[in-house]
Design a protein around this ligand. Structure first.
Ligand SMILES: *[C@@H]1O[C@H](CO)[C@@H](O)[C@H](O)[C@H]1NC(C)=O
Ligand SMILES: *[C@@H]1O[C@H](CO)[C@@H](O)[C@H](O)[C@H]1NC(C)=O
Ligand SMILES: *[C@@H]1O[C@H](CO)[C@@H](O)[C@H](O)[C@H]1NC(C)=O
Ligand SMILES: *[C@@H]1O[C@H](CO)[C@@H](O)[C@H](O)[C@H]1NC(C)=O
Ligand SMILES: *[C@@H]1O[C@H](CO)[C@@H](O)[C@H](O)[C@H]1NC(C)=O
Ligand SMILES: *[C@@H]1O[C@H](CO)[C@@H](O)[C@H](O)[C@H]1NC(C)=O
Ligand SMILES: *[C@@H]1O[C@H](CO)[C@@H](O)[C@H](O)[C@H]1NC(C)=O
Ligand SMILES: *[C@@H]1O[C@H](CO)[C@@H](O)[C@H](O)[C@H]1NC(C)=O
Ligand SMILES: *[C@@H]1O[C@H](CO)[C@@H](O)[C@H](O)[C@H]1NC(C)=O
Length: 588
């Protein structure tokens, strides 16, 4: 029998003396409820991750600013694995302090990240409550019914507080089901209901030949695969799996050269192997990421990251990976000698549900991947400016203010975020109203987009903005998307051996990533390093290689939304890749 204690209070224990409050929320976030009558076993083990202070990050950020600036002499001189690890490793006194604090508290199954920039360990609930001066309670996510052990505030003893940036999961109320965003899913066992000439003319549906037309790729096929150093990474979170047999069927249909080859994607099980049963997102992501990039190698990363909470069972906390897909993923890549050179991810959370310090560590992690020469692409989500229903557009800041809901990691200035447009012909394409867009409340507007974003906000397309809309976003924040790809028009893929029609930003981001893989191939062919962190290039010299989208708008929260216009706008970013033009610009 485990001793049980009854959690009557939502609020943390009173903190005084030499303690520092690390995070606190004034209310249970919208979409969640506290279940005060649920009992928690005091010996229930939780696996926590402790994020450590990294004073070297400022130096890494400064180097990244140089290596990603096409006009800097160090452009493309990406850092080595060891250089990135060295700049990420905390000072010895931080490591020693954290190590002894964990040991003194009987932390079990302690696992350090590759750079020692974070450490995870299992602690009993009762011990964790003492260490963090808090009380954990059971919270339920209203839509999914999933439960999680969380708290609204936690503190650290003063002697350790400067060494530890965050403890996770504590105040994180990420929605356990909404990271996967897609729409337009249809599936059938009958014959494909499209006339072959629809494919040929790209009228009703998009497939690889249409992608070649739309993005001005022509007949370009990879020419530097034999040189190595180029690989597509596909992130699969939330137990999502991808089927090699469906992948094989897709490439056999579209890539005749692949027939008879043994080409397939590699698999890295971050926290598996597991009982994978859900695979639609993984299938569409792997298939669309190879569209124009065959035979560049590809790796699918699986991660069992659905956070189940099972009351009175001790096994929950013993398994790594749950509750924290991003940092486990980043650490896996950081440890690789030959990491992917472009990574596509079709998942996200509302920014406000991700605790600030945890988001910082994740965003810094993506900067580290950029410094190694990896382009990190994220989808913006399919819920427009947050949600279509204004009742969902509520700030978690205690005042219940009506607000747009920006999406994280889309708001991280070190990722390239990809929205979607409707239509399959460049001349008639327009913004897709549900394409995710917005402005960060966490990250200020980065220098690379400063000019174009301020031009938009004060320009004619936004001139008739209502006072209410203006009050619903933070105009000084990092604005997204950076670009768009096709996603509003149906895409063809295979699910098991039957056809499937997918859409949304889940398809726009692997498609865009396939094109970045080609640009990397082109640069490698010319003896140059991979593109790496893309944004300074795209907003600078690369903007001449983008097809500006000027029609349509994005909306959400029952507001007028943002209009597309000439130049960057929150509806379509910088526009669509023109591969032919980017090829020339990428060799400067
Ligand atoms: C930190 O510790 C490592 C390993 O013990 C040691 O090699 C290194 O010299 C130490 N660095 C400093 C600055 O003391
Ligand atoms: C497919 O479309 C073409 C061109 O519009 C037409 O000639 C042909 O009859 C169609 N085939 C079928 C099976 O509908
Ligand atoms: C394809 O598009 C054409 C023209 O928009 C339309 O008439 C036709 O019904 C569409 N076919 C299918 C199968 O959706
Ligand atoms: C695929 O074939 C190549 C040579 O044709 C071989 O080197 C490679 O090991 C094969 N890969 C797998 C996964 O069987
Ligand atoms: C990864 O997990 C899958 C699903 O459980 C399993 O089939 C496969 O063997 C695992 N691969 C590795 C390399 O562990
Ligand atoms: C794996 O999933 C299948 C289908 O949902 C289920 O029948 C089976 O019991 C599961 N196996 C394990 C070991 O969880
Ligand atoms: C915000 O909404 C929550 C949930 O409806 C409610 O409990 C709380 O009192 C509200 N706070 C304010 C300041 O209106
Ligand atoms: C607005 O964004 C800035 C960063 O750009 C941030 O410092 C500020 O706190 C944000 N304001 C709100 C109300 O979130
Ligand atoms: C966007 O354009 C439409 C049509 O021209 C206009 O009615 C609307 O007011 C514009 N929105 C803003 C914010 O200016």
């Amino acid at each position: 029998m485990h001793p049980l204690h009854f959690l009557a209070a939502v609020l943390p224990a009173v903190v005084h003396g030499a303690w520092v409050v690390k995070d606190s929320r004034s209310d249970v976030p919208s979409g969640w409820e506290h279940l005060p009558d649920e009992q928690v076993s005091s010996t229930h083990g939780i696996r926590f991750r402790f994020g450590l202070a990294q004073p070297g990050f400022a130096a890494l950020e400064a180097l990244l600013a140089q290596t990603s600036d096409p006009f800097h002499p160090s452009y493309g001189q990406h850092l080595s694995k060891q250089e990135v690890l060295d700049l990420s490793t905390p000072p010895n006194d931080t490591l020693a302090a954290v190590e002894s604090w964990l040991a003194a508290n009987d932390a079990r199954s302690v696992k350090w990240s590759t750079a020692k920039d974070s450490v995870s360990a299992v602690l009993d609930v009762a011990r964790a409550e003492e260490m963090l001066a808090t009380r954990f309670g059971v919270y339920q996510h209203q839509n999914s019914g999933k439960r999680a052990l969380r708290t609204l505030a936690y503190s650290l003893p003063e002697h350790i507080a400067d060494h530890i940036k965050f403890v996770h999961p504590t105040t994180a109320f990420m929605d356990p089901t909404s990271r996967r965003r897609r729409s337009l899913v249809r599936r059938d066992t009958g014959p494909v209901p499209f006339n072959q000439s629809d494919f040929a003319s790209c009228v009703n549906i998009t497939d690889p030949p249409c992608v070649r037309q739309i993005f001005n790729i022509g007949n370009y096929t990879p020419q530097a695969v034999h040189k190595g150093g180029n690989r597509i990474g596909v992130a699969g979170y939330l137990d999502i799996w991808a089927r090699p047999d469906s992948f094989k069927q897709y490439i056999s249909d579209y890539i005749p050269e692949s027939i008879g080859s043994n080409y397939t994607f590699d698999i890295v099980n971050i926290t598996g192997p597991f009982n994978a049963t859900i695979d639609d997102e993984g299938n569409i992501d792997t298939q669309l990421a190879i569209q124009v990039a065959y035979p560049i190698p590809m790796t699918f990363f699986t991660d069992q990251s659905i956070p189940p909470y099972i009351p009175d069972e001790n096994q929950d906390g013993e398994q790594p990976g749950r509750n924290e897909p991003y940092l486990e993923f980043i650490d896996t890549i950081m440890a690789m000698d030959d990491p992917p050179t472009v990574i596509t991810t079709s998942y996200g959370d509302d920014e406000q549900t991700v605790p600030r310090d945890y988001a910082d560590a994740v965003c810094q992690g993506f900067a580290k991947l950029g410094a190694r020469g990896i382009s990190v692409l994220f989808s913006t989500g399919d819920s427009g400016l947050g949600s279509f229903d204004i009742e969902d557009c509520i700030a978690n800041t205690g005042d219940n203010a009506t607000t747009f809901l920006p999406d994280f990691p889309a708001t991280c200035p070190y990722v390239t975020t990809v929205g979607m447009v409707d239509g399959v012909s460049v001349a008639t394409m327009s913004a897709s109203i549900g394409s995710g867009a917005g402005f960060s409340n966490y990250y200020s507007r980065p220098a690379y987009q400063n000019a174009v974003v301020s031009a938009y906000l004060s320009g004619p397309a936004n001139a008739r903005e209502t006072a209410q809309q203006k009050s619903m976003y933070n105009a000084s924040g990092r604005a997204y998307p950076d670009l768009v790809s096709i996603g509003g028009a149906p895409f063809f893929d295979y699910y098991y051996s039957v056809w499937d029609i997918g859409g949304g930003t889940s398809v726009s981001v692997p498609t865009a990533s396939s094109i970045i893989a080609l640009l990397n191939d082109w640069r490698i062919k010319h003896g140059k390093p991979t593109m790496g962190f893309l944004n300074p290039f795209l907003y600078g010299v690369g903007s001449a290689g983008m097809v500006d989208m000027t029609a349509g708008w994005v909306e959400g929260c029952e507001q007028p939304g943002f209009n597309a216009t000439t130049g960057w706008d929150p509806a379509t970013g910088l526009g669509l890749f023109d591969f032919g033009k980017l090829q020339k610009l990428a060799l400067v």
